[in-house]
Ligand binder design. Structure first.
Ligand SMILES: [Zn+2]
Ligand SMILES: [Zn+2]
Ligand SMILES: [Zn+2]
Ligand SMILES: [Zn+2]
Length: 164
C-alpha cells in the first residue's frame, strides 16, 4: 500500500470549545480534566443565572468540576465523597454527572427517588429549579410554604432529629 504523506500545518489556534463546539470566544483548558472550554468566568453577571459560559458550567454544574473544586482525590466517577455530598439529593448527583456540561458521563448512574411537592404531589425536577425546600420538605412554586407551615415544618424536623 502506498503511503500518503500529508503535510500537517502547525496551528497555534486552540481547539474549539468541547462543550458548545464554538470557537468564537477565547478558550481555556479546564483545571479538572484538561479539556478546552470557552468563556471566562469573570464575564458572569451575578444572579443572571446565565448558562452561556461553558467554563463556568463545567466547573459549577458537573461532578468533574465539583470534585476538583472540593479537592477530592482519585477519579470523580468513583469518588465516594462526591456521592456523599449529594446523598440528600441523589437526583442532583445524577444530573451533575449526566448533563450536557460533561465531557464524559457518569457510568452507571444510581437510581434515585423522585421528589414530589408535599402539598399537591406534583413531581419536582430538582435540576430545573422552581421549588423551595425546608428541612427536607419540598414544595412546588404553586404551593409556597406559609409562615405558619414554616414553624410546623421546623418543629417536626426538630422532634424527628431528637428521636435519633
Ligand atoms: Zn463553549
Ligand atoms: Zn472537568
Ligand atoms: Zn469527588
Ligand atoms: Zn405543589
Amino acid at each position: 500500500m502506498k503511503k500518503t504523506i500529508k503535510e500537517i500545518k502547525k496551528r497555534t489556534v486552540n481547539p474549539p470549545c468541547g462543550l458548545c463546539g464554538k470557537s468564537k470566544k477565547p478558550r481555556y483548558k479546564t483545571e479538572c480534566c484538561g479539556n478546552w472550554v470557552c468563556g471566562d468566568e469573570s464575564e458572569y453577571v451575578m444572579f443572571s443565572y446565565s448558562r452561556d459560559i461553558c467554563s463556568r458550567n463545567h466547573r459549577r454544574f458537573t461532578l468533574c468540576g465539583h470534585h476538583n473544586v472540593e479537592e477530592h482525590e482519585d477519579d470523580w466517577r468513583t469518588c465516594k465523597k462526591c456521592r456523599e455530598d449529594f446523598e440528600h439529593e441523589l437526583e442532583m448527583y445524577v444530573w451533575y454527572g449526566m448533563n450536557e456540561y460533561n465531557f464524559e458521563k457518569l457510568p452507571n448512574p444510581p437510581a434515585f427517588k423522585p421528589t414530589y411537592c408535599s402539598k399537591c404531589g406534583e413531581r419536582i425536577i430538582l435540576p430545573d429549579g422552581g421549588y423551595s425546600s425546608l428541612c427536607g420538605v419540598y414544595r412546588c412554586d404553586n404551593c409556597p410554604i406559609t409562615e405558619k407551615e414554616r414553624g410546623e415544618i421546623i418543629l417536626e424536623y426538630k422532634s424527628k432529629s431528637q428521636d435519633k
